[in-house]
Design a protein around this ligand. Structure first.
Ligand SMILES: [Zn+2]
Length: 430
């Protein structure tokens, strides 16, 4: 048994404590269903008010210095994050109270639960459910449609795409324009759970060059380096972050031959790829740091044994098993108790052939009957994929009426030795 734990390395993904974010974008593609990668989009720049420039002002947001843009009476931060006007002042208030980290915890969603509702007039609402599926598959965050919970995200129809940063309390909107894709929705939800733009990280100047002279008039404020108003999480600078601007963000400069010039490059001047497929592996590291599992759980190794006399496999999480069974391998881990996303892994035996088999779906064999005897459950298995989980594949051999389970698809592939691939029986902890 091994203790399931998170070791969190301090990473550099910035995370604002108390700012509110508004994000805008303009994509035009429908996306395939999740799970699986979300199709990329041609436009990777989120903006609350596309093609508009406001007046940049300096002030204090929760007593932290900030540059923001005033557009259409809204206070916008870095193009797509909305600020709460009541928290902006022209001079620091109560300067003695200033801290650098207050708010990170306050702005997090409680117990990893994010409640939401979708405005009935939002076109293409499956953008939202696809984006949520990406978070639920990769992180410990869970999303639930709001009934009467006080704090929740409300997805509304908008011109641009935008969000607030972190849980701000009460209803907080995420705006989605017609051009905003599921990938952009992931970016927006990223803000709502506390992620900030990758290119504004404190260490960004070690990894990228901002070409200030090429930035569209009035948009330089979008490239400000975040300083003492944020904390950092994660590991390395991540060009593949779903929160990273693309190289041509807010570019207004052209070369002599009329070619658009980038505003952001790598230090060697080269371009880089950005994506809005979904959360990157380092986005996930940051989110798992901010939202670790709600409880520390000791997962149980699921061990596979083989009885060659009866040609049957048996799977146990304990240590007691008859001498007729030979240990083969551990195929993953089961939860010892019911936790979010898990289901009993039911154990059955055929009393005639003494063959053992298992299912997460109680409707398959239920309480048994005839030759099938229900033996209870051997632990709890996840019913959906997610980070730190792997599928447990199920095979069936009709000629000997026997089942086989493995975490390694290559063992039997699509079928071998009379065994035919059936399905994923569930997902086990790695
Ligand atoms: Zn953004």
């Amino acid at each position: 048994m091994s203790l399931f734990k998170y070791f969190i390395s301090i990473k550099k993904l910035l995370f604002i404590l108390s700012a509110i974010v508004f994000v805008a974008c303009s994509q035009k593609e429908d996306l395939p269903g999740l799970p699986g990668p979300i199709k990329d989009q041609s436009v990777l720049l989120e903006q609350a008010f596309p093609n508009q420039t406001g007046e940049f002002r300096e002030g204090y947001y929760d007593n932290k210095p900030i540059t923001y843009e005033v557009i259409n009476g809204q206070y916008v931060y870095e193009g797509d994050m909305m600020l709460d006007k009541s928290r902006i002042t022209s001079t620091p208030q109560n300067a003695n109270d200033r801290t650098t980290s207050v708010g990170i915890i306050d702005r997090r969603w409680t117990d990893n639960m994010v409640y939401y509702s979708i405005s009935p007039d939002l076109p293409n609402p499956q953008r939202v459910t696809q984006a949520i599926a990406d978070f639920e598959a990769k992180t410990f965050l869970r999303f639930k449609e709001r009934t009467n919970e006080p704090n929740y995200i409300h997805f509304i129809k908008s011109d641009g795409c935008w969000s607030h940063v972190g849980m701000i309390g009460g209803e907080q909107e995420i705006g989605l324009g017609d051009g905003c894709s599921a990938g952009t929705t992931i970016h927006e939800i990223g803000h709502a759970v506390g992620l900030l733009h990758e290119q504004s990280r404190i260490d960004r100047d070690n990894h990228i060059t901002i070409h200030w002279d090429r930035i569209k008039h009035g948009k330089k404020g979008n490239f400000n380096l975040r300083t003492d108003d944020a904390s950092e999480y994660g590991t390395a600078f991540d060009f593949s972050s779903v929160m990273m601007y693309h190289p041509y963000a807010f570019s207004d400069a052209k070369s002599g031959s009329g070619k658009q010039l980038p505003t952001i490059t790598k230090k060697d001047g080269s371009l880089y790829e950005t994506q809005r497929h979904g959360l990157s592996s380092l986005d996930v590291v940051a989110l798992n740091t901010m939202y670790p599992p709600v409880q520390a759980i000791e997962f149980l190794p699921l061990k596979r044994f083989y009885n060659s006399n009866r040609q049957t496999y048996r799977y146990i999480t304990g240590t007691k098993i008859g001498n007729a069974f030979q240990y083969e391998k551990t195929v993953g881990k089961l939860a010892p108790l019911q936790i979010s996303g898990t289901q009993k892994f039911h154990h059955y035996i055929n009393i005639n052939t003494k063959k053992h088999f298992y299912s997460a779906d109680f409707s398959e064999w239920g309480r048994g009957g005839g030759l099938i005897r229900y033996k209870g459950n051997i632990g709890y298995i996840y019913t959906e994929s997610g980070s730190f989980r792997k599928p447990l594949y199920r095979y069936y051999n009709q000629s000997i009426d026997a089942y086989f389970y493995t975490d390694d698809f290559d063992e039997l592939g699509s079928g071998k030795n009379g065994y035919v691939y059936q399905k994923v029986a569930g997902y086990v902890e790695r």
